[in-house]
Ligand binder design. Structure first.
Ligand code: HEM
Ligand code: HEM
Length: 181
C-alpha cells in the first residue's frame, strides 16, 4: 500500500496525484490559451480548444484550493529545501502557488461582475449583472499576462527538475515527486 501522506524523503500518493494530474490539466489550459493567442478568430481548432477554457480554469481553481489545504496539512513532514538554491526553489513553488490562485480568481471575479453571468458544469454560479461592475472587472485586464508569467515559471520549474536535478546533479529530487525513489 503506497504511503498517502508526505514524508521527509518523498511526496505521498495524494500530493503526487495533485501534482501530475494538475500538470496535465495545466498543459491543456495553456494549449487553449496558446491557440486563443496564435490562431485567427473563428478558426475551428481555436474555437474547440477555447470552449473548455473557463470550465477547466474554474476546475483548476477548485483543485488548487484543495491541494493547498493538503499541502498545509503536510507542511511539517514534506521534503525539505536547504541551501540557497533550495530556498530559491521553495520561493519558486510559492510564486507558482500564488499565480495558480490569482490567475483564475481575477477572471472569476470579472465573471461575477459581468453582464453575462457564469455557470459551472450547468450549475448557475454568478447571475448576470444589469451593468458591468468596474472594480470587479479591472483586475482581469492582467489575467492573460499573469497566465503567461505562470506558464514561464512552470517551464523553468520543469527544466530545473529534469535538466538540473535529474540529468546534471542526479540528486533524486525528481524521484521525490515521481515516487520511484
Ligand atoms: C489557472 C487557470 C487559468 C489559466 C492558466 C488561464 C490562462 C489564460 C491565458 C494565458 C490567457 C491569454 C490568452 C491570449 O493571450 O490570448 C487567458 C485568456 C482568457 N481567459 Fe484564462 N486562464 C485560466 C482560467 C480562466 C477562467 C476560470 C476563466 C473564466 C471564468 C478564463 C477566461 C479567459 C478569457 C475570457 C480570456 C480572454 C481574455 C483575456 O485575456 O483576459 N480563464 N487565460
Ligand atoms: C514536466 C513537468 C514537471 C516536472 C518534471 C515537475 C517536477 C517537480 C518536482 C521534482 C517537484 C519536487 C521538488 C522539490 O521537492 O523540491 C515539484 C514540485 C512542485 N511542482 Fe512540479 N513539475 C512539473 C510540472 C508542474 C506544473 C505544471 C506545476 C503547476 C502549474 C507544478 C507545480 C509544482 C509545485 C507547486 C510544487 C511544490 C510541491 C507541491 O506543493 O505540490 N509542477 N515538481
Amino acid at each position: 500500500m503506497p504511503q498517502l501522506t508526505d514524508s521527509q524523503d518523498r511526496y505521498g500518493l495524494i500530493s503526487r496525484i495533485f501534482h501530475w494530474g494538475m500538470a496535465l490539466l495545466f498543459a491543456a489550459q495553456f494549449l487553449s490559451a496558446a491557440a486563443h493567442w496564435a490562431l485567427p478568430r473563428e478558426h475551428a481548432v481555436r474555437e474547440a480548444l477555447w470552449s473548455y477554457h473557463p470550465t477547466l480554469g474554474a476546475t483548476l481553481f477548485l483543485l488548487v484550493l484543495l491541494r493547498g489545504v493538503w499541502g498545509l496539512a503536510n507542511i511539517g513532514r514534506r521534503p525539505g529545501h536547504s541551501g540557497l538554491l533550495g530556498r530559491a526553489a521553495f520561493a519558486g513553488h510559492l510564486a507558482i502557488y500564488a499565480l495558480m490562485v490569482i490567475v483564475p480568481s481575477v477572471r472569476l471575479l470579472a465573471a461575477a461582475g459581468g453582464t453575462r453571468g457564469f455557470s459551472y458544469l450547468g450549475i448557475p454560479i454568478f447571475p448576470a449583472q444589469p451593468a458591468e461592475i468596474a472594480w470587479m472587472r479591472a483586475p482581469a485586464e492582467w489575467h492573460g499576462e499573469m497566465g503567461w508569467i505562470l506558464a514561464l515559471l512552470v517551464l523553468g520549474h520543469a527544466a530545473m527538475a529534469i535538466l538540473w536535478h535529474h540529468l546534471i546533479k542526479r540528486d533524486g529530487t525528481l524521484q521525490r515527486m515521481t515516487g520511484s525513489a
